[in-house]
Design a binder for this molecule. Structure first.
Ligand SMILES: [Ca+2]
Length: 453
């Protein structure tokens, strides 16, 4: 019996909130120095900003947490490993001592090691490899910043909240800079061949004996007729309007589209895809993890991208997990631009304009999502079925869905087709010493053996 999958979108049907959050947009000044990599607010614990106490730039000014207010006291510049605040003064570890609890202050820049910072997985790491930390994990205005052992707590996580996100890596290469330390590549496809590598991918869902071609109330059907277009560097999951002669004519107003489901299955890991989204109204591409066991949930939606033209737009990235109670999904962290009610992150750009690296770290008890290395949200999540039993191995899915009550609630722009979810690569990593992979045997190779699909 067919068991429908209702994704988290049911919570989003009446979404009407957008753009009412985030930090002040200070803008990147023109004529900024060469080598500038960021200028704007830095957001930390409880969505509050890194701040120079009293809006001072005097030597010895305390660096603290404060409600974001868009003033110069909260405008920071990262350049050449230095973190500069008001008056061009450097964020400095007092006394050049790296003990836990050492005060952090503004001081005239002199190039010393106590003024060097690096942004690593959302942490600002300074002298002695210790982290910029909000004392006592307290988010009250005026709580001072100190140096402390990096322990991964929310009081050590900082995000760049302005208009200059870190640039995504350009195309294929070795590991992106966002892969967690101690993780090894266990599965990947760079999509640099002339046609889809069917030793790695099925092109339908695991359900119905591995032939199911749609879920929910979507308007597409997944096919193998020019729906997986390769150009030697990327895979385009192509979707065609009803009746387009370049693909199968499905009738009844249905679109043909493409999806991939990994033949390698995994338990836990870091997942990364470099993708460029389609822009037309009514699109709903996704990157997600589903149980090979065919008992649902669990499910992790690394991203769902929806442009319905009104509530959900091309600068928003939805992430989610399916929680029926047994799985649990309490928020452990949310970036200031992440809407925890409707579970989306708002970017200062359209995801259809360029490629971005979307990542997710899934470790069995938590699930964390990243955009170009910036952590946007972390939840607790147990990979179990509703009866509490283990959820088994997961396959990796990328698909280009169209329409339905969420993505298509204000209509689908047929004139925008054909269009594609373009994928530069998909990579899966697991912790060294804890590799755990298996193989999906449920599926059919539907791509023609002598050509593309
Ligand atoms: Ca590629």
């Amino acid at each position: 019996m067919f068991k429908p999958i209702f994704k988290l979108w049911v919570l989003t049907l009446v979404s009407s909130v957008a753009g009412c959050h985030g930090v002040a947009d200070t803008g990147a000044a023109s004529g900024t120095p060469a080598g500038l990599s960021y200028r704007g607010p830095i957001v930390g614990l409880a969505g509050k900003c890194l701040d120079a106490r009293g809006a001072s730039s005097a030597d010895g000014t305390v660096v603290q947490l404060y409600t974001c207010n868009g003033t110069a006291a909260q405008e920071w510049t990262i350049i050449d490993g230095q973190l500069l605040g008001p008056g061009g003064k450097c964020v400095d570890v007092a006394g050049n001592v790296s003990d836990n609890g050492t005060a952090v202050q503004l001081w005239g820049c002199w190039g010393g090691p106590n003024q060097q910072w690096s942004l690593e997985n959302g942490q600002l790491v300074g002298l002695g490899g210790r982290c910029l930390d909000i004392a006592g994990n307290i988010s009250s205005d005026g709580t001072p910043a100190i140096l402390w052992d990096c322990w991964g707590g929310p009081n050590q996580h900082w995000s760049l909240g302005g208009t200059t996100p870190p640039p995504p890596p350009a195309g294929d290469g070795p590991n992106s800079p966002y892969v967690p330390a101690g993780y090894d590549l266990v599965f990947s496809d760079e999509f640099n061949e002339a046609q889809l590598d069917t030793s790695k991918w099925w092109t339908r869902y695991v359900y119905s004996g591995g032939t199911l071609d749609s879920l929910n109330d979507e308007l597409q059907r997944y096919r193998e007729t020019n729906n997986h277009v390769m150009n030697g560097s990327t895979l385009k999951l192509m979707a065609y309007a009803p009746g387009d002669p370049r693909s199968e004519n499905l009738g009844s107003g249905l679109f043909s589209s493409g999806m991939i489901r990994s033949k390698t299955t995994v338990k836990y890991g870091y997942f990364e895809a470099r993708v460029k989204m389609p822009a037309g109204q009514g699109v709903w591409p996704a990157f997600w993890l589903n149980s090979e066991a065919q008992t649902w949930p669990p499910e992790i939606d690394i991203f769902e991208f929806v442009n319905n033209g009104v509530e959900d737009k091309a600068n928003m990235l939805h992430t989610g997990v399916i929680d029926h109670g047994a799985q649990g999904s309490a928020f452990l962290y949310a970036d200031s631009a992440f809407n925890t009610q409707w579970t989306f992150w708002t970017a200062p750009y359209s995801f259809a304009d360029d490629f971005h690296v979307i990542g997710a770290l899934w470790d069995g008890t938590t699930e964390t999502d990243f955009v170009d290395g910036q952590r946007i949200v972390q939840r607790g999540y147990r990979w179990v079925h509703d009866d509490g039993s283990d959820g088994g191995y997961a396959h990796v899915l990328l698909n280009f869905a169209i329409g339905g009550q969420w993505a298509g609630r204000h209509g689908v722009d047929t004139g925008a087709f054909p269009q594609a979810l373009e994928i530069d690569y998909v990579r899966v990593y697991q912790k060294s010493g804890s590799h755990d992979t298996s193989v999906s045997t449920t599926g059919h190779d539907l791509c023609p053996g002598n050509g593309g699909c």
